[in-house]
Design a protein around this ligand. Structure first.
Ligand SMILES: NC(=O)c1ccc[n+]([C@@H]2O[C@H](COP(=O)([O-])OP(=O)(O)OC[C@H]3O[C@@H](n4cnc5c(N)ncnc54)[C@H](O)[C@@H]3O)[C@@H](O)[C@H]2O)c1
Length: 399
């Protein structure tokens, strides 16, 4: 659970301690606070900073951080073209060799600078180097700031599926300067906020009225809204992981929307590479499918499905499968979902987070998963695909 007593730190940022199971780490966040970040990094007494990032982030924000970092210790920058392609075993292997060749020791610190992709790669590198060195995250996307850094999960992808190869490693500290998010393309900004919206729907429905207000007022990208959403995400995520560091029990509610979402993301990524649907958009679509399944089971009323559609659409996420992707394409991938193994094996069904009501997942509270027949998933996808468009974007397209 996040402890709130730490509160404001002199100099214009907040710190909360994130407690997940046995571990806890500080999460600092504010606006225009990179100088404070450097002060904290100086205290780590590192012999080498291994900065794992992507080329876009490096170009946009590298200069704001790297000179100050170089004044503290050696710096090895590992940067790749943006996108999931860096979350692979060959890239990981080459990066590890390079970091070792650069002279990394147990006193080195791996810094994940960027979105969830470099953050995840940084996490796996930090976990494997000398069986674990200190990991610091400086997230620059909403997805990373509000989701991935609030987790101990560090993973890369296999050829079979997303996040299949990884481990658990707590970050040593997280530093979010929301000023770095100002350069985010609108689509990326909204993508991360889909996860924040997921938290409101599945964990903290009391935050929904303010979320709807923020969405309706078009205030999503203001520092005030981002800091509020960050705070909300910390509360929601902490509340379900405090006693479940591995996100294998209560924390599984965070997988809301992910079963179909991951399948859509992976299938589209295989087809269109980095032009494919974003992680958050895919998860948002997956939430609409999950709500539809729950509605067809008689668990959720139609208004709650419509609320899902309203929020998902206002976030600019799709209410249909991306053009060119078929229900069959998604069904081919959905079987490989990484929640396999939580429920008794069955070739005809998969484990799913479904809601009984907003903020209340179905199933055992200690294991909020239910078996959903593959046929139900297919039917719900078909219903979603054929549903009358109720909301349209500015250009008249279904949002
Ligand atoms: N460990 C976890 O618990 C967890 C949770 C959620 C997501 N994830 C992982 O995170 C990944 C998705 O994260 P993401 O959406 O941040 O992807 P990402 O890291 O690929 O970032 C998205 C895009 O935004 C660009 N970008 C990043 N920061 C920017 C900035 N400040 N200004 C302009 N452009 C910027 C990047 O270059 C990239 O093109 C997935 O691989 C997912 O599996 C992990």
């Amino acid at each position: 659970m996040a402890t709130r007593d730490a509160g404001a730190v002199p100099g214009g940022w907040q710190v909360q301690r994130i407690r997940i199971g046995e571990v806890d780490y500080p999460y600092y966040y504010g606006v225009d606070c990179l100088d404070l970040v450097l002060q904290e990094l100086a205290a780590l007494d590192a012999d080498l900073f291994v900065v794992v990032t992507d080329d876009t982030v490096l170009e946009l924000h590298g200069q704001a951080l790297l000179p100050g970092l170089r004044a503290l210790a050696g710096v090895e920058v590992i940067s790749h073209p943006p996108g999931e392609a860096m979350k692979t075993l060959p890239v990981l292997a080459a990066d590890l060799e390079r970091v070792l060749a650069a002279g990394a020791t147990r006193r080195s610190v791996v810094v994940g600078l960027g979105g969830g992709v470099p953050g995840n790669l940084a996490g796996v590198i930090a976990a494997l180097l000398f069986r674990g060195v200190r990991l610091v995250h400086i997230p620059t996307t909403t997805t990373a700031a509000m989701d991935s850094v609030l987790s101990l999960k560090q993973a890369i992808n296999s050829a079979i599926g997303k996040n299949h190869i990884g481990t658990y490693l707590p970050p040593y500290a997280v530093f979010t300067d929301v000023a770095l998010l100002a350069t985010l393309p609108d689509r990326e900004l909204r993508s991360g906020l889909c996860e924040a919206a997921k938290n409101c729907l599945a964990i903290r429905p009391e935050a929904l009225p303010r979320l709807r207000e923020v969405l309706a007022g078009g205030e999503l990208s203001t520092p005030a809204a981002l800091l509020w959403l960050l705070d909300e995400s910390v509360r929601a995520k902490s509340s379900v992981t405090v006693d479940d560091a591995r996100e294998q029990r209560t924390g599984l509610v965070l997988e809301y929307g992910h079963t179909v979402g991951h399948a859509v993301e992976l299938a589209d990524h295989r087809r269109r590479g980095n032009d494919g649907v974003s992680h958050g958009e895919a998860i948002a679509f997956g939430m609409v499918v999950a709500a539809t399944i729950a509605h067809r089971r008689g668990w959720l009323p139609a208004e709650i499905v419509e609320l899902h559609e309203e929020v998902v659409s206002a976030l600019g996420a799709p209410l249909r499968l991306p053009a060119g992707l078929t229900v069959d394409d998604v069904m081919d991938v959905v079987r490989d979902d990484n929640k396999r193994g939580y429920l008794p094996p069955c070739s005809e069904s998969i484990a799913f987070v479904l809601l009984r009501e907003l903020g209340r997942p179905a199933g055992d509270p200690g294991l909020p998963l239910v078996a959903v027949r593959l046929a139900e998933v297919r039917e719900a996808l078909e219903v979603v695909q054929s549903r009358e468009p109720v909301l349209t974007g500015a250009d008249g397209e279904v949002a």
